[in-house]
Design a protein. Structure first.
Length: 399
């Protein structure tokens, strides 16, 4: 006796199917859905035909007829309220559900005992409500309990041939246990889907934050450095200052392109390009740079190369901005480890050794990037200087 329909809302399945169904486990979203849900549940009120015929037959006194109509109205109201609320996302508390079920059973028993056996059909709704609203374990006992109650009432009013009604109550009751479980599972799946979507959005925001930090940190550091150089050169060497300004423009344009590509999710930095950029940045900062020209990247997946490129960019940015180093050495080597062949990037300087405030956002982001591709990150070094070592698998697979 519930809305056994497809799990979709108007607009979720396209315009062709919009508005066609009422979603499982959701309250009606508009009047049309409310009408469909009412009609679907109301169809099952066919079992009330016998009580209604009994009341209009004129076989009872006026007081009994009025009391019968009042009792029947109360019974239907409690049943519809219970089923309607349970089909949504905010069911009644368990104690209230039990109280309403007891009320249904009491009304059915009272009406059968005070009027006649035509009212035994009300127990079908009691069994249905037990199956649809109670937890599975309790419903397994409540459905046969309501059936036994009906059988005892039938024997009390002199009806012995009620086996068809017994079978009907058991079958519909247990069927509604399945429907109730389906509704609860659908609601849980919908919540889980929303949680997964939220986690994916959080992960995407974290990725974007890492990319923007790496992109803008490097580019803005280089722009600041070249701006200072241009300012010092401007009085005496306008041509060199103009060259620095041209470099600033080029870096700014490239940073804009990088940010757009990072936001779009398509940017994959290349290690060779980052090595060339590191040479320019370190030289402009007055740091003696020892950087290899063409690294051997055979067998290294694109994700691993991209992670090493980000590591190089972050390391060079830290050398330029924080270390105060006079020399920086960059090496790209292949090593055979217990985890298999690895491509290793090391960046070592003779500066102050960092801020000493612990790993910052840049190193944390790098470690996360490398871990995603099966790599590792080591950061630290001797008393004077700082060394960063990043490794990724060189055989195309995670270690």
């Amino acid at each position: 006796m519930s809305a056994m329909t497809e799990d979709q809302r108007p607009g979720e399945a396209g315009e062709a199917g919009a508005g066609r169904f009422v979603s499982i486990g959701r309250p009606p979203g508009n009047r049309r859905e409310l009408l469909r849900k009412t009609v679907w549940i109301g169809v099952w009120l066919v079992f009330l035909s016998s009580p209604v015929n009994d009341l209009v037959s004129g076989n009872h006194t006026t007081g009994a007829t009025v009391g019968g109509w009042i009792g029947l109205t109360a019974f239907v109201g409690v049943y519809l309220t219970l089923v309607f609320r349970n089909m949504g996302v905010r069911p009644y508390p368990h104690r209230l559900i039990v109280a309403l079920l007891v009320t249904l059973a009491a009304l059915a028993t009272l009406l059968c005992l005070t009027l006649n056996a035509s009212w035994l059909g009300l127990f079908v709704y009691v069994s249905t409500s037990c199956g649809a609203t109670l937890p599975v374990r309790k419903a397994y006992w409540a459905v046969p309990a309501s059936t036994v109650l009906m059988f005892l009432v039938a024997r009390h009013v002199g009806v012995t041939d009620v086996w068809n009604l017994v079978l009907l109550m058991v079958l519909i009751g247990y069927a509604m246990i399945g429907v109730g479980q389906l509704i609860r599972t659908t609601i849980e799946l919908r919540k889980a889907r929303a949680t997964v979507a939220q986690l994916a959005a959080n992960e995407e925001r974290l990725r974007l934050a890492r990319d923007l930090h790496d992109l803008l940190g490097h580019s803005l550091s280089l722009i600041t450095l070249k701006s200072e150089l241009a300012g010092r050169m401007l009085p005496d060497h306008p041509e060199k200052a103009a060259q620095q300004v041209a470099d600033i423009e080029q870096v700014s344009r490239q940073a804009l392109v990088d940010v757009r590509e990072a936001v779009s999710g398509y940017r994959r930095p290349r290690l060779a390009a980052e090595l060339a950029g590191a040479q320019v940045a370190l030289t402009a900062a007055g740091v003696t740079a020892d950087i290899p020209a063409e690294p051997d990247l055979g067998g290294v997946p694109e994700e691993g190369e991209s992670a090493l490129a980000w590591a190089l960019r972050e390391a060079v940015t830290n050398v330029v901005r924080h270390s105060g180093a006079a020399r920086c050495q960059v090496e790209v080597l292949r090593r055979q480890t217990l985890d298999g062949p690895m491509l290793e990037l090391s960046v070592e300087d003779n500066g102050s050794g960092g801020s000493g405030a612990g790993p910052g956002n840049g190193l944390t982001g790098l470690r996360e990037r490398l871990e995603k591709v099966g790599g590792t990150l080591e950061a630290g070094g001797p008393k004077h200087g700082f060394r960063l070592v990043a490794r990724v698998p060189a055989d195309g697979g995670a270690p």
